[in-house]
Write a protein that binds this ligand. Sequence first.
Ligand code: NAD
Length: 279
Amino acid sequence: MSPIPQIALTDGHRIPQLGYGVFKIPPEQTERAVTQALELGYRHIDTAAVYGNEAGVGRAIAASGLAREELFVTTKLWNDRHDGDDPDTAVAQSLERLGLDRVDLYLVHWPTPAADNYVHAWEKLIGIRDRGLATSIGVSNFLPGHLQRLLDETAVVPAVDQIELHPAHQQPEVTAFCAAHGIRIEAWGPLGQGKYDLLELPEVTGPAAELGRTPAQVVLRWHLQHGHIVFPKSVHPERLRENLDLFGFELSDAQVAAIDVLDRPGGAGRVGPDPTVFA
Ligand code: NAD
């Protein structure tokens, strides 16, 4: 299998473009799931404090015998930990559960704009990075207005914005803002979380049949060709293998363009929470 490309972040560090997300994997199954993913060749793991499974990720990493520098681990600061010095406590707790002395990427999970404390949370992440507890820092679910405030009020541009992004919800305003400022896009829910008929649409099944690939591989390949960083979630070995095997084929420009038009503007294709109100 071809190696996973590394994407350059604007802070000078690099991130594997493809990883493994562990949202909704129950804590007691996480060690086994991550062990399986690492055995298959995944090296980038995306977790979060709120997933409740960082300890399972940590046990799998410890048991893997892999060198720390071979792995890329992301975790996230939850919404109720933005204030005061709580981000410092939260990152220490995450590192303890993960059994690591630093994460590769630490994110503010949601902007929670009603609380108006995401700029403070971001300033705390800058300190966390400066103390070496996170190599890179970024945000998640931030819209252009939220990002603009970080740029105006702090000196540090987030390395990534991890947003809900799949063919029915492409968020062109966010991706354009990020492209203009060197912020890399991480696409969460890359397969639409299985919440709509994405894998049955002819724009997806057509190329799958032509290329001898699965519909999920076509959608994930569409993400990669747009430069998105993705970490699809599954616990089934055959799907984990399939989701890793994306580098031996390519969609044509026409096949990419046909999927591009599946976007439903105005948030109509969103399957997760609305960042303007989610707290
Ligand atoms: P996803 O789009 O990856 O969908 C996962 C579902 O797709 C699985 O439950 C499975 O049913 C299906 N699937 C996976 N591989 C398949 C295949 N090869 N064929 C057919 N079906 C397949 O959604 P997700 O898990 O929500 O997103 C991926 C990761 O993004 C998460 O695990 C998590 O790490 C991250 N995430 C972040 C946020 C955030 O707010 N930052 C929110 C949700 C998820």
